[in-house]
Structure formats: C-alpha cells, structure tokens
Design a protein around this ligand. Structure first.
Ligand SMILES: *[C@@H]1O[C@H](CO)[C@@H](O)[C@H](O)[C@H]1NC(C)=O
Ligand SMILES: *[C@@H]1O[C@H](CO)[C@@H](O)[C@H](O)[C@H]1NC(C)=O
Length: 115
C-alpha cells in the first residue's frame, strides 16, 4: 500500500512537471493600453508554440501617422507574426512562448519615433 501511494505521488509529480514544461500561460485582455488591461482581463493556457498572441491595433491618423489605438492579448493555436492592413487599420501581431505572460511585453507602449 505504501509503495503504491509513493508510485502515484511520483506519477503525479512527473505529469505536473511535464505539463509545466509544455504549456505557457498567456495574458488575455480585450483592451490593453500602456501596460494596463482596461477590460476583459483573464488568462489562458496554450500548449502550442508560440501560442501567446499580442495584436496591436493602429489607426491611420489625419496627420499621416499610424497611431496606436489599443492592444488585444490572447492565446492562438496558429499565431503568425505579421502586419495586416484593413483600410485605415493596421494590426501588428506578435507571438511568443516559454515565459508566462510573455505576450504583455509586446503591447505597444507609446513609442512616437517608431511610427
Ligand atoms: C488565471 O485566471 C484565473 C481566473 O480567471 C485566476 O484564478 C488565476 O489565478 C489566473 N492564473 C494566473 C497564473 O494568474
Ligand atoms: C479603439 O479603441 C477603443 C477602446 O479604447 C475601441 O472602443 C475602438 O473600437 C477602437 N477602434 C478600433 C478601430 O479598433
């Protein structure tokens, strides 16, 4: 009985380590601005890599510049780093893995000289 219990404990520990190594917790946010989540804050776990997604939404302003409007954070099974253009809207996507909540570091923080 003691041996069986030990075996079960070991199995549990191993599967815990295994799952920890394979998944990343990502931040989920509907509207992320200047490092803070304004609405829809949560988290999600992904086993895909790289499955944490950051999408920065920019709007083409009247002064001819791309102005950051908001950022969305979530998990994606098919994250693709790219810039997508939809009229006056630009969606710039970043993907990451390996570090929990890594996707919040790719949110656009006022960098005027870049855009
Ligand atoms: C993920 O979100 C849940 C609530 O949705 C919360 O209870 C949990 O602590 C969060 N996990 C982490 C690692 O922040
Ligand atoms: C810009 O951000 C606001 C929230 O701050 C949102 O309501 C609005 O839909 C966004 N505009 C676009 C074009 O995504």
């Amino acid at each position: 009985m003691g041996k069986l219990l030990l075996l079960l404990l070991l199995l549990g520990a191993f599967s815990f380590v295994f799952i920890q190594a394979k998944t990343t917790v990502c931040m989920v946010c509907n509207s992320f601005k200047r490092g803070h989540c304004l609405s829809g804050k949560s988290n999600c776990t992904t086993m895909y890599s790289p499955g944490c997604r950051t999408r920065n939404f920019f709007i083409f302003s009247h002064t001819g510049k791309w102005v950051h409007n908001h950022t969305k954070l979530d998990c994606s099974s098919a994250c693709l780093a790219e810039n997508m253009y939809e009229g006056r809207l630009k969606i710039s996507t970043f993907c990451c893995k390996g570090e929990d909540f890594c996707n919040k570091y790719h949110g656009q923080v006022v960098k005027k000289d870049v855009y």
